[in-house]
Design a binder for this molecule. Structure first.
Ligand code: GLV
Length: 325
């Protein structure tokens, strides 16, 4: 009998067929994300789980999945997985670092340009038939990224890739990192100072207990009037209610790819605001990046099922025997 593998998200048929040559595949085909109950039911007797960000893998889920040997997520972030629970059980969690740096950095810069030059707003204006005069001197005026100070919160690989791109625009770069990591041409500063001095603040930290609401109400209040917040990291890096208040007053602008709750609920206040650009969590959404992520996730899954160390493991400590109980 083949070991059971739960695939908690829709994947192309050829991938499911490939998995089915080795595993008894239980693949989710619903149009909504799998619920906790559905995931828990599907995991009965399963040895492996292939998942992504839309499926929280809680401690309860992990504890109930008594046969589970490996979790492989098609994402670099693992904040949707209860890592201490997986580590306690000695379950390796595979993820996909390294392959989505450029795509995410491109999207962050695209959001900066689109927000500061009001691109989505302008496109909508044209489509609505409002362009009735030709060139107008005061139409949809934005700000220049080349004259801006851009503040990077998090100077890991994605923050660094954003800095590399922005150098070409000639803007001033300032940044903060949790550790004393220094990047060429990025002036290091205290976190509050980054929020205070930047015309554009862009978030590039992983979501952890320490970085939750790193863009707090107090820090958003420090931002310059007219400044822009860019978030391609995780929704919970931002105090979303505080951002709604700042956007509602017209003081700030924002470009967001990630939200506290995804999908963004119907009637969310952002949907009625012109000064926020909204994307549906597509930082890594290019053909080649998604294919590389999937490739790594499958490699991790197969390694875990063959009792081999995962090449991209988010809890490598389990291999040193420290945390296995
Ligand atoms: C995307 O957000 C990821 O973590 O891969």
């Amino acid at each position: 009998m083949k070991p059971k593998c739960v695939v908690a998200l829709g994947l192309p048929d050829d991938i499911i067929e490939r998995l089915a040559t080795r595993y008894d595949v239980a693949a989710w085909t619903g149009s909504d994300a799998m619920s906790q109950q559905q995931l828990s039911d599907a995991l009965a007797g399963a040895e492996s789980l292939l998942c992504a960000l839309s499926t929280p893998v809680t401690a309860t889920i992990i504890d109930q999945a008594t046969e589970l040997k490996v979790i492989s997520t098609i994402s670099v972030g693992v904040d949707h997985i209860d890592m201490p629970a997986a580590t306690r059980r000695g379950i390796p969690v595979g993820h996909t670092p390294g392959v989505l740096i450029d795509s995410t950095a491109d999207l962050a810069v695209a959001l900066m340009l689109a927000s500061t030059r009001r691109i989505a707003e302008a496109d909508q204006w044209v489509r609505e038939g409002q362009w009735t005069q030709g060139w107008q001197s005061d139409l949809l005026l934005g700000t220049d990224i080349s004259q801006a100070t851009v503040g990077l919160v998090g100077l890991g690989p994605i923050g660094e890739a954003v800095a590399k791109r922005l150098k070409g625009f000639g803007c001033k770069l300032i940044g903060w990192n949790r550790t004393s990591r220094v990047i060429e041409d990025v002036e290091p500063m205290a976190l509050d100072q980054v929020f205070e001095q930047a015309d554009v603040v862009s978030l590039h930290t992983a979501l952890t207990k320490e970085t939750r609401h790193i863009a707090s109400r107090e820090r958003l209040a420090l931002m310059r009037t007219g400044a822009t917040l860019i978030n391609t990291g995780r929704g919970l890096l931002v105090d979303e209610q505080a951002l709604i208040d700042e956007l509602g007053s017209g003081r700030l602008r924002a470009g967001l790819d990630v939200f506290r709750e995804e999908p963004l609920p119907a009637h969310h206040p952002f949907l009625a605001m012109k000064n926020v650009l909204l994307l549906p969590h597509v930082g890594s959404a290019t053909l080649s990046t998604r294919s590389a992520m999937l490739h790594r996730a499958l490699e991790n899954l197969n390694a875990g099922m063959s009792d081999l160390p995962l090449a991209w493991c988010a809890n490598p400590e389990i291999y040193h025997g420290e945390s296995k109980v």
